[in-house]
Design a protein around this ligand. Structure first.
Ligand code: ZN
Length: 84
């Protein structure tokens, strides 16, 4: 039994399609469809990074507010005991 590794020239912007040669594949890479797909993917990656950064920032704010809340509860408890 013999096996060969065959490079399949495919592109995620055109699912299920196999390009017959390197030159048709390279031509596809320069097509409007592919360029539009590529820039959309890049835009999505930038948006995802921005969103991740925003989530990180929100988590830091939550942590800070949680600590602040614990501190205020403790102070409140002290004041309540002093009042008695
Ligand atoms: Zn493509």
């Amino acid at each position: 039994m013999s096996s060969a590794i065959v490079e399949q020239l495919t592109c995620p912007c055109n699912p299920g399609f196999v390009y017959r040669s390197k030159s048709t594949y390279n031509a596809h890479k320069k097509s409007k469809k592919h360029v539009a797909y590529d820039s959309k993917r890049k835009e999505e990656a930038i948006t995802a990074t921005r969103r991740d950064n925003e989530i990180d920032l929100m988590n830091r704010i939550i942590g800070s507010l949680t600590r602040e809340n614990i501190k205020l509860k403790d102070e409140n408890e002290i004041l309540r005991k002093e009042k008695k």
